[in-house]
Write a protein that binds this ligand. Structure first.
Ligand SMILES: Nc1nc2c(ncn2[C@@H]2O[C@H](COP(=O)(O)OP(=O)(O)OP(=O)(O)O)[C@@H](O)[C@H]2O)c(=O)[nH]1
Ligand SMILES: [Mg+2]
Length: 438
């Protein structure tokens, strides 16, 4: 996700570091590269134009040459304008009835399952229902999802119209004190009168707190064309971009706010139920600028391990201290958090290095066994692990010396990467997280 933008941006912005002074010509040169990076990443032409214009005007008006560090000021300007383009503040989901609309196969039903699960995880009382009467399998799909995640599904007798289902579902939700009722709707290949009429009627009846348009990011700009029609007729309150995992360009994420006037609320990043993220414009801007997404990472960690342990670990990581005991802890909670590459991708500066660090998740078990066969002393100070110790560890964990060597090598590799984080220490997040200096 967004890899292309990140890569292009880091090239364009890399030039800033190499300059001592920022002249108007240099600003223009850099902005030309930024412009082509954005266009290549499939950002809407008008969005790019207005972004570049705002950055240039601010850069010249604020007279960067007068700033103690023109490079930093320029980067901050870019960072802040990126956040504006992405929609500014993070948008919360208003309580009430949330109506999901969009074209066929964009991920509406899956997204409802993911968001229901997400809201449940935050302690909300959630229920889901489906007005998609065209395909019987569509309702069954949502019902199964709901069962799987332990969410109430409202099903009704056959023969009801979509509008009648919607009305009944809302009545039940009200009676049961549900905080979020997520309503699924039928998708279509193209916008047609009948669908729009149905959606309009449903909206009339349920008086939704949110009308979310579900768009498939892999369709690029065209994903937003139909959205405009939906917006005119239904008054959208936000967008969910699905399949961001399949689109390295991700330009559509930067285009939504300006194209529609409403922001992205969630992004779907995979097929699994937990593959959903609230959309934080500032964190996305950090990702694009190659700063990683340490906040999301820490937040995830918080949810899995007790807070103080998470903090202690984050602290150690930030200080660049990291021994095999920490690695063991990491492995254990990463295992409960999902794919490692995704997690590492959120750490600053790690994206491009991932290619060299493909940790096989099945290897975790072995790694865990090997570390467990070490003494405390060995875990805290891996340097002392000589050949005879390796043989003992291999025997104890039912592995080979070469397996032990591999774990030690992985550890060194992780340590190297974590050292990079040292630059982040003491940097206030998220406003000035630029580890670009010097
Ligand atoms: N990779 C990936 N796949 C996704 C994501 N969201 C949904 N999908 C997949 O997209 C396909 C369609 O998802 P659905 O949720 O059935 O889409 P829908 O909009 O409800 O489809 P209709 O009800 O037929 O209009 C499924 O195979 C999902 O697994 C995502 O964020 N990433
Ligand atoms: Mg569906």
């Amino acid at each position: 996700m967004l890899e292309l933008l990140t890569e292009k941006f880091s090239k364009a912005l890399g030039r800033i570091r190499d300059t001592r002074k920022l002249t108007e010509k240099q600003i223009n040169d850099i902005l030309r590269d930024v412009r082509s990076a954005l266009l290549e990443a499939d950002v809407d032409y008008d969005v790019v134009k207005s972004f570049i214009k705002r950055v240039r005007e601010r850069a010249l008006r604020e007279d960067l040459a007068q700033s103690p560090s023109p490079q930093d000021s320029f980067l901050i300007t870019i960072y802040e304008e990126l956040i504006n383009t992405l929609g500014g503040q993070k948008q919360d989901l208003n309580r009430g009835v949330v109506l999901f609309v969009g074209l066929q196969g964009t991920g509406k039903t899956t997204t409802i399952g993911k968001i229901a699960n997400h809201l449940k995880g935050h302690g909300f009382k959630v229920a889901v229902s489906s007005t998609d009467i065209r395909r019987p399998a569509a309702m069954l799909q949502l019902q199964r999802l709901a069962d799987k995640i332990g969410i109430t599904y409202y099903g009704f007798e056959e023969g009801l119209t979509a509008v009648e289902i919607a009305r009944k579902a809302v009545e039940r939700a009200k009676a049961e004190g549900v905080e979020y009722l997520l309503l699924d709707t039928a998708g279509r290949l193209h916008i047609d009168e009948e669908l729009m009429e149905e959606l309009r009627a449903i909206k009339e009846v349920v008086k939704p707190s949110e009308v979310l348009y579900v768009a498939d990011a892999m369709q690029g700009q065209s994903a937003l064309e139909a959205a405009k029609t939906f917006h005119e007729i239904l008054g959208l309150t936000g967008v969910v971009l699905t399949k961001m995992d399949g689109d390295a360009r991700g330009g559509v994420a930067l285009s939504v706010k300006e194209a529609l006037g409403v922001g992205v609320k969630f992004i779907g990043v995979g097929e699994k139920i937990e593959d959903i993220e609230p959309f934080y414009p500032d964190r996305i801007a950090q990702r694009i600028l190659g700063l990683g997404d340490i906040q999301t990472l820490l937040e995830k960690a918080n949810r899995v391990i007790p807070e103080d342990e998470a903090q202690a670990l984050a602290h150690k990581v930030l200080k660049g201290e990291f021994d095999l005991e920490d690695m063991l802890k990491q492995i254990r909670f990463i295992k409960s958090m999902g794919p490692l590459d995704k997690l590492l991708g959120m750490l600053p500066g790690i994206g491009p290095q991932l290619k060299n660090l493909k940790i096989d998740e099945k290897k975790f078990k072995k790694t865990e066994a090997i570390i467990l066969s070490m003494t405390k002393q060995e875990r805290r100070n891996p340097k002392i692990i000589n050949m005879s110790r390796k043989q003992r560890i291999a025997k104890g964990s039912g592995t080979t010396v070469s397996d032990v060597n591999k774990v030690l090598k992985d550890y060194e590799e992780m340590k190297k990467i974590i050292k990079k984080l040292k630059g982040m220490q003491g940097m206030p997040l998220p406003r000035f997280p630029f580890p670009f200096k010097g």
